[in-house]
Design a protein around this ligand. Structure first.
Ligand code: TMP
Ligand code: ASP
Length: 254
């Protein structure tokens, strides 16, 4: 069995060289971390669910004309993606006060915000992903004004679309984190959605009871983390009755 070359290992995913130039295989691990790696656990089945949920949401974004790095799911834990140059920003869009925003401004978690708020964080584990402004981003050259404009437009469109999609599934999209990459096609460059779209990176509450179904279950020791993710998948209509083990896909590329 030929071994694939590992390109990168992050906290929740591994990237391998893809079958063709310009492609990568993204492998979803069961590892969960919080507070910049200070807290760690293995949540059995999380990787399988995130792979499926991210596939579903990336395809949905593609359908409304939002470019993403996603090509196709290969199997339970892997998807084929386009290789992009990751822009070192975490773009957070918030609809409802929660998490660090609620803490910083002493807002009650769950109170709606006057409008969606976008925040940028510099993606750097050693620095603990500090919040940054457009000034830092452009002055330090992490993205140009033009790129940032595109990133902001895409982020608001994605948030708008996902708000509606989740509402239809009885879920409240409280906030989400997005990452973007530069996709080079000959001389042209396009900004595309990268990384993953999963309950690891967004807060999703039950629309009626405000029950937390996302990674806050892990961060806050609320328990039943895998069950929360499975419930999200079930409401999106993408979880087979028998559970994540039942997900079909071609064999892993070796
Ligand atoms: P926060 O309220 O902790 O700042 O998180 C805002 C959103 O960003 C929430 O949906 C969780 C997500 N997030 C990540 O995806 N990665 C991170 O490292 C952090 C801190 C938050
Ligand atoms: N990116 C954070 C970390 O590992 C996780 C989080 O809070 O979502 O540590």
């Amino acid at each position: 069995m030929a071994r694939r070359r590992q390109v990168y290992e992050g906290k929740a995913k591994i990237l391998y060289e893809g079958p063709e130039p310009g492609t990568l295989i993204q492998y979803f691990k069961d590892d969960a971390t919080a507070f910049n790696n200070k807290k760690h656990a293995v949540i059995t089945g999380k990787g399988v669910l995130n792979n499926r949920i991210s596939e579903y949401l990336m395809i949905k974004l593609g359908e409304i004309g939002i470019p993403t790095h996603f090509l196709r799911r290969l199997n339970m834990r892997e998807q084929l993606i386009k290789e992009v140059e990751i822009i070192p920003l975490e773009v957070v869009v918030r609809n409802v006060a929660a998490g660090s925003l609620a803490q910083r401004f002493a807002l009650e978690e769950g109170s709606p915000l006057p409008r969606s708020i976008v925040e940028y964080y510099y993606k750097n584990d050693q620095l603990g992903d500090p919040m940054v402004t457009e000034e830092h981003i452009t002055a330090f050259g992490w993205a140009t004004y033009q790129e940032l404009d595109e990133i902001l437009n895409l982020s608001l469109r994605i948030n708008d679309y996902l708000l509606g999609l989740f509402t239809g599934a009885g879920l409240r999209l409280v906030d989400l984190k997005l990452e973007f990459g530069r996709l080079w096609e000959d001389e042209d460059m396009r900004i595309v959605v990268a990384d993953e779209l999963s309950p690891d990176n967004m807060r999703l509450w039950d629309a009626r009871t405000n029950e937390r179904l996302d990674k806050d279950r892990f961060r806050r020791d609320l328990g039943n983390v895998q069950e929360g993710y499975a419930e999200i998948a079930r409401r999106l209509g993408i979880l087979p009755e028998a559970g994540p083990r039942d997900l079909k896909g071609p064999e892993a590329i070796q």
